[in-house]
Design a binder for this molecule. Structure first.
Ligand SMILES: Cc1cc2nc3c(=O)[nH]c(=O)nc-3n(C[C@H](O)[C@H](O)[C@H](O)COP(=O)(O)OP(=O)(O)OC[C@H]3O[C@@H](n4cnc5c(N)ncnc54)[C@H](O)[C@@H]3O)c2cc1C
Length: 403
């Protein structure tokens, strides 16, 4: 990849490659031009990032879908109708794919970015059963993908579902493809909440990042970086960044880490000499020219403020379900989490004579599992469990229709 590492498009493509486990090397345009001066290979500024693939193909500033297609990843469903279509390829979606395909259902997974979902960005998941030394999110996703494919699930990446048509159970994909599904499983997870600080949007991707993938840490070599958040995701990321950055500061609004972070992470953070924790604090302002260069930290108890040079600000302040694109008929709570089972009945959104299945939404035959579902538990293990269970309910639903 020839491009400026700090260019948001370059970063998005790097993340896509990394999360799809494609090895790559990044060269700055100037370095590339120096090396290629003899061959006379030249690109215009608008071409960057340029990608040169192993087979000699050259892509100029491609979309992730163009890149995925050029790499031979599946971006197009092979059939027009499926027994079950799973929207989202995180732990919940992949677990549903494994069970659906292994139980003989024509199963399709549609993933807008890369498989693994949020878990795929985790440097080490230490509490997932069967991995006594922990497992990286990438490895877990890659194993699940192999398993789902081997069992016959079809996996399509770099495609978003834009609309679900109730009644006909039709899914509209970006790029205008329409897929028919006898049942639908929503496994779309959650997305990071945005910072509410004036002027911070212009630094998105230019010094301010929401969440972090494993590869982000290598770009912080020798820098002083800041992370906002006091939960497990922030803790894991701080430990990962500490292996590369000069110093990592965890900015936490609360007065202790114990409230929201697991003990094993707190212990590991304490043992790192280049990680500090600033409690009772918040980022109140940001500034920079073309990129973020400084942040203002405010002490919430004293009200004191101080400006600090900042080589990168990574935000982990909780997540919301982004389900605004779903039809109104699929009942949700105020924060977008999808109601299932009893919650649907209690909210008065169920009109069938039978009770809804545990993971069934207000629309019969449409199920929800994992983080997108209204439930207090947001974990890899629960997402995997619910994804597997969803298939049992798909069978029950299909049987009841046959009946
Ligand atoms: C950094 C980090 C570390 C974590 N560490 C741990 C840990 O150690 N232990 C633990 O138990 N939990 C951990 N978690 C939480 C765990 O990762 C989540 O609970 C789990 O990933 C939820 O799985 P999911 O499949 O429901 O959703 P997600 O993982 O969010 O996956 C949803 C997928 O759906 C896709 N998608 C969304 N909308 C669409 C659409 N319209 N069309 C197509 N695709 C779509 C998204 O791109 C995404 O890939 C961590 C989370 C993070 C962010």
């Amino acid at each position: 990849m020839i491009g400026d590492r700090l260019d948001p498009t370059c970063r998005a493509l790097q993340q896509f490659l990394q999360r799809n486990q494609v090895s790559f090397e990044v060269k700055a345009p100037d370095d590339f031009e120096k090396q290629s001066s003899e061959s006379g290979e030249r690109f215009q500024a608008a071409d960057f990032p340029v990608l040169k693939l192993h087979d000699g193909a050259v892509l100029r500033r491609p979309s992730t879908r163009q890149l995925a297609t050029a790499l031979g990843l599946r971006t197009q469903p092979s059939l027009r109708d499926y027994d079950t279509v799973i929207i989202g390829g995180g732990p919940a979606g992949l677990a549903a794919a494994v069970y659906g395909a292994s139980e003989g259902l024509r199963t399709l997974v549609l993933e807008r970015e890369a498989l693994g979902g949020q878990a795929g960005t985790s440097s080490r998941i230490e509490n997932y059963l069967g991995f006594p030394n922990g497992v990286s999110g990438e490895e877990l996703a890659s194993r699940a993908l192999q398993q789902a494919k081997r069992l016959g699930a079809e996996i399509v990446v770099a495609r978003s579902v834009r609309k679900v048509e109730i009644g006909a159970h039709c899914l509209h994909l970006d790029g205008d493809d329409i897929i028919q599904a006898r049942t639908i499983i929503l496994a779309t997870g959650v997305s990071w909440r945005r910072l509410d600080i004036e002027g911070c949007d212009r630094f998105a991707g230019k010094g301010i990042h929401y969440g972090a993938s494993r590869g982000d840490s290598s770009g912080t070599h020798g820098l002083d970086i800041f992370l906002i958040g006091g939960g497990n995701s922030a803790g894991q990321a701080a430990l990962n960044f500490a292996n590369h950055a000069r110093h990592v500061t965890l900015v936490v609004r609360g007065d202790s880490l114990e409230k929201n972070m697991s003990r094993y992470l707190i212990e590991q953070i304490k043992a790192k000499s280049n990680v500090s924790v600033q409690l009772n604090s918040e980022v109140s302002a940001v500034r920079g020219e073309s990129r973020l260069s400084e942040i203002c930290l405010r002490d919430r108890s004293q009200g004191e403020v101080s400006w600090r040079a900042c080589g990168g600000l990574f935000v982990f302040i909780g997540a919301d379900a982004e389900t605004g694109w779903l039809p109104m008929e699929i009942a949700r709570d105020q924060r977008g989490f999808v109601l299932t089972g009893d919650d649907v009945v209690k909210a008065g959104h169920w009109s069938e004579t039978r009770d809804p299945y545990l993971l069934e939404t207000s629309i019969p035959g449409v199920f929800a599992c994992g983080d997108v579902r209204l439930s207090p538990v947001k974990r890899v293990a629960s997402a995997v469990g619910e994804g597997s269970m969803a298939i049992a309910f798909v069978h029950k639903y299909l049987e009841s229709r046959r009946g």
